[in-house]
Design a protein around this ligand. Structure first.
Ligand code: ADP
Ligand code: MG
Ligand code: ZN
Length: 499
């Protein structure tokens, strides 16, 4: 390469700028209320199509909406749990658009005056905590469902579509984050933490696979250090954590390539294709003007009574973040903390056992270890087994008193889970009680030493290496029922200098 060419090359290569991703997530959760948002039709997943409908949720002329108090309570609890400020007089608007599963041709939603604003959610990725701002939490109603008739269920391959209006009018809460998320890992952590919070509140099942929780991810990239936001794309309606993570990663890579190649990102709505592993443009991004929002004339503003709001705040149960810190402080291992926080039944067993005096670290290890393994193998939940807090307390006491060894305790646990009875009973029946009789233990030690003269000689010569091996042999000979510490003491004394 001549000097000239090298210079030219440098001049045409853009500065190796580094880019950062900026992500904001819109989350929809269906509330598990008894009835729909504006009528008395039942809410439930899986009913015969078009059986939970009435003139209001079918949008028939002249039908009038009446707000659901239970749904408003639900959203207020979500807002409070996310540290939002309550807007005392909020409004319902009509968001106008045509779609076959929207029979009114508008969706009742909230627009410029939502119920809850300015909240936050702390998330953790690889030990780093970040606070993600919550812009708003507002109330709306769900649409019906379109089922596209074809094998893949995709619209472009379908020769017909079916409509099910059971979901039409189900209370829907939208939670909009600030663009504070910086990576696909953070996006997933945000979604998981939000799911934990709304589930803890008991206001929604938040089942991704059933569509009662779904995400839209807004993604843009910008040069590191830039203070303005880049142009975003929006990937709509993802209902798995895997899709969310993959779609966000894909968009970050795609946009970084566009922008670093000197191109300009286009604002658009994109569709995530899970099989193809990519996003494709769906439509140019609509602006809010396109929806011709206007205040819903059939509904008065929502006016929240302060005392009612304060009661809702006071009724918020302990949130996952607080629970996690409490467990960590009690000595539970970080890997077990997540298991206990994510499965309320296991969490309850843990709480009950600790309240009964059991050692938090020991119980949490059992629950996150043997118990979870047992349940996974059988596809069962903890509530379906006879294991209860008192059994955990009893087993903890037996271990503490040296009646069963730590390893035998795990087998006792499996017996209790299988319905064989109390820990004491299982330990007796399965012959798992630790050998406390020292003459029986001495016999076992002597028998092992007699079988391993070489190891004994090495021990006598001051080489401690065979000790572990010999302890293992004694443990095996006693079916795991010996106390390993006592065994190792006995071995050491036998290996002492010959008298
Ligand atoms: P819309 O319904 O038009 O998408 P919303 O205000 O409901 O508007 O939601 C916008 C979402 O996009 C928010 O989560 C916000 O944080 C996020 N967002 C806005 N601008 C950007 C941007 N430039 N890059 C990434 N995310 C953005
Ligand atoms: Mg959006
Ligand atoms: Zn109805």
């Amino acid at each position: 390469m001549t000097d000239d060419a090298a210079t030219r090359h440098e001049a045409t290569t853009p500065e190796p700028a580094t880019y950062e991703a900026v992500i904001g997530i819109e989350t929809h959760v269906e509330l598990a209320t008894r009835s729909k948002m504006f009528c008395g039709c039942p809410v439930g997943f899986g009913a015969e199509p078009n059986t939970a409908v009435c003139p209001v949720c079918l949008g028939l002329p002249g039908a009038l909406p009446v707000p659901n108090r239970e749904a408003i309570e639900g959203i207020v609890r979500i807002g409070a749990a996310l540290g939002c400020r309550l807007v005392e007089h909020s409004l319902f608007h009509r968001k106008n658009y045509f779609y076959p599963d929207l029979p009114k041709n508008y969706q009742i939603s909230q627009y410029d005056v939502p119920l809850c604003v300015d909240g936050r959610l702390d998330i953790e990725v690889d030990g780093d905590t970040s606070t993600i701002g919550i812009t708003r939490v507002h109330m709306e109603e769900d649409t019906g469902k379109s089922l596209h008739g074809s094998d893949g269920g995709r619209i472009h391959q379908a020769d017909h579509s079916l409509l099910d209006f059971n979901r039409s009018g189900v209370p829907l809460v939208e939670i909009v984050s600030e663009p504070d998320i910086r990576s696909a890992d953070q996006a997933r952590a945000y979604a998981v933490e939000l799911q934990r919070v709304v589930r803890t509140l008991g206001v929604t099942e938040a089942k991704l696979e059933a569509g009662s929780m779904r995400f839209d991810a807004n993604v843009s990239v910008r040069a590191v250090g830039a203070t303005t936001l880049g142009t975003r794309t929006e990937v709509k309606n993802m209902n798995s954590l895997r899709s969310l993570h993959r779609a966000v990663s894909y968009e970050i890579d795609r946009q970084t390539r566009v922008v670093s190649g000197g191109g300009i990102a286009v604002q658009e709505t994109r569709h995530w294709n899970e099989e193809a592993g990519g996003t494709i443009p769906m439509r140019s991004k609509e602006e809010s003007e396109d929806y011709r929002y206007f205040q819903e004339p059939d509904l008065v503003p929502i006016e929240i009574d302060t005392a009612w709001w304060e009661r809702a705040v006071a009724s918020i149960p302990e949130l996952p973040a607080a629970r996690r810190s409490r467990y960590l402080a009690a000595g539970v291992e970080p890997s077990s903390v997540a298991v206990l926080v994510d499965d309320p039944a296991l969490g309850d067993l843990f709480e009950g056992a600790v309240a009964g005096g059991a050692e938090p670290r020991v119980v949490s290890n059992w629950l996150a270890g043997e118990v979870v393994a047992y349940l996974r193998q059988r596809g069962a939940s903890a509530a379906e087994t006879p294991l209860d807090a008192s059994a955990l307390v009893e087993l903890g006491t037996m271990v503490g008193a040296g009646q069963v060894s730590a390893s035998a305790a795990k087998e006792v646990l499996r017996g209790v889970l299988a319905g064989e009875g109390t820990p004491a009973h299982v330990a007796d029946v399965r012959n798992l009680r630790q050998i406390s009789d020292s003459s029986a233990l001495q016999d076992a030690v002597d028998a092992v030493l007699a079988d391993h003269p070489d190891e004994l000689a090495r021990l006598r010569a001051g080489d401690a290496k065979p000790l572990g091996f010999l302890v293992g042999r004694v443990m095996r000979a006693t079916g795991g029922r010996a106390d390993p510490r006592a065994v190792s003491q006995l071995l050491a004394s036998r290996a002492g200098p010959p008298p």
